[in-house]
Design a protein around this ligand. Structure first.
Ligand SMILES: Cc1cc2nc3c(=O)[nH]c(=O)nc-3n(C[C@H](O)[C@H](O)[C@H](O)COP(=O)(O)O)c2cc1C
Ligand code: SF4
Ligand code: SF4
Length: 252
C-alpha cells in the first residue's frame, strides 16, 4: 500500500504513478490511520516538504499507523526543491515505533507555495518531464526492494530552517484566511481540506488545525482564500495536472 498526504495533488499524482508501476494501491493518510495495516508487507509514504520538514499533519499521523514492523517501508518526498528534514523527522518517529525505513528519496515537482510569493506554480510544470527519469529510477529501486537513502540529512539549511519551531512560525505567518467579500459559501474548501479544518455556514471559516497545505487557496473558485491579505490570482491556482479536486476530497 502507498499512503499519501496531499494538498494540491503532487504527492497523490506521484503515488499513483508508482502504484501503477509496481501494482500497488494508494490510500490517503487520514484514512489509513483508521485501518489495521499489519498484513501489508510493503508500505510507501509519499508527502510534501513544508518549510524543510514533513507537514505537521504527517508528523502527527504517521506514528499512529498500525504497521507491521517487518514491512519494507519507503518514503518519497514530492517537493519543490529541498526536502530538508522531511524524511529524517519521519524516519526518527517510525524508528521509535520499532520500524526501520528501508529506502527514501525525493522527486522535484511544482512548488505550490510559490503563489504566496507572487510566483506561478504552473510555470514549474516542466519539472514533470525534467525529473521523469528520476521517478523511473525510484520505481526501479522500490521494485528491487533497495535499502538506500538519497538525501542529505541535517544540511546547514535544514539545520536552521527545518526545525519544528521554525516551521510552526512559518505556518503561523503564511496561514491562509478567507476574504468574506469574495466567498460565496460553496463549501469546496471544506470538502478538500485534509484536516477538516474549514466550516462553512454562509461563509467559510478556517479553524485552528491548519497544516498549511494550501489546498483551500488553490481550489477556491472565487479566489476567496488568501495569504497575507494579498489577492489570489486565478491563473496562479495550481493542482497536479492528472489529479481532480474530487480525488483529494475526504470520504464523508
Ligand atoms: C507551507 C509550504 C511550505 C513548503 N516548503 C517547501 C520546502 O521547504 N521545500 C520544498 O522543496 N518545497 C516546499 N513546498 C512545496 C511543496 O513541497 C510542493 O509543492 C509539494 O509537491 C506539494 O505537495 P502536494 O501537491 O501533494 O500538496 C512548500 C509548500 C507549502 C504549502
Ligand atoms: S471554496 Fe471559496 S467560495 Fe467556496 S466556501 Fe470556500 S472560500 Fe468560500
Ligand atoms: S485550512 Fe486550507 S491550508 Fe489549512 S489545512 Fe485546510 S486546506 Fe490546508
Amino acid at each position: 500500500m502507498i499512503i499519501y498526504f496531499s494538498g494540491t495533488g503532487n504527492s497523490l499524482g506521484i503515488a499513483r504513478q508508482i502504484a501503477s508501476a509496481i501494482g500497488d494501491t494508494v490510500q490517503a493518510l487520514t484514512e489509513a490511520v483508521r485501518q489495521d495495516l499489519t498484513s501489508e508487507d510493503r508500505i510507501g509514504l509519499i508527502y510534501p516538504s513544508y518549510d524543510f520538514n514533513a507537514p505537521p499533519a504527517v508528523r502527527s499521523l504517521v506514528p499512529r499507523l498500525k504497521l507491521n514492523t517487518r514491512a519494507y517501508v519507503y518514503i518519497i518526498i514530492a517537493c519543490g526543491a529541498q526536502a530538508g528534514n522531511s524524511i529524517w523527522s519521519i524516519r526518527r518517529l517510525l524508528k521509535a515505533r520499532g520500524i526501520e525505513v528501508a529506502y527514501s528519496n525525493k522527486i522535484r515537482v511544482p512548488d505550490n507555495s510559490a503563489i504566496v510569493f507572487g510566483r506561478n506554480p504552473n510555470d514549474q510544470v516542466w519539472k514533470f518531464s525534467r525529473f521523469a527519469s528520476r521517478l523511473q529510477m525510484i520505481i526501479a529501486d522500490i521494485r528491487a526492494g533497495k535499502h538506500e537513502h538519497h538525501y542529505a540529512q541535517w544540511g546547514p539549511t535544514a539545520a536552521i530552517m527545518g526545525t519544528e519551531r521554525m516551521q510552526q512560525w512559518m505556518i503561523r505567518t503564511f496561514r491562509p484566511s478567507v476574504n468574506e467579500d469574495k466567498c460565496i459559501g460553496c463549501g469546496i474548501c471544506a470538502r478538500i481540506c485534509p484536516m477538516r479544518n474549514i466550516a462553512v455556514d454562509e461563509k467559510a471559516c478556517i479553524g485552528p488545525h491548519c497544516t498549511a497545505c494550501l489546498a483551500c487557496l488553490h481550489s477556491c473558485p472565487q479566489q476567496a482564500i488568501e495569504v497575507g491579505k494579498k489577492a489570489t490570482n486565478r491563473q496562479y491556482q495550481y493542482r497536479h495536472p492528472d489529479v481532480k479536486a474530487k480525488d483529494l476530497m475526504l470520504n464523508e
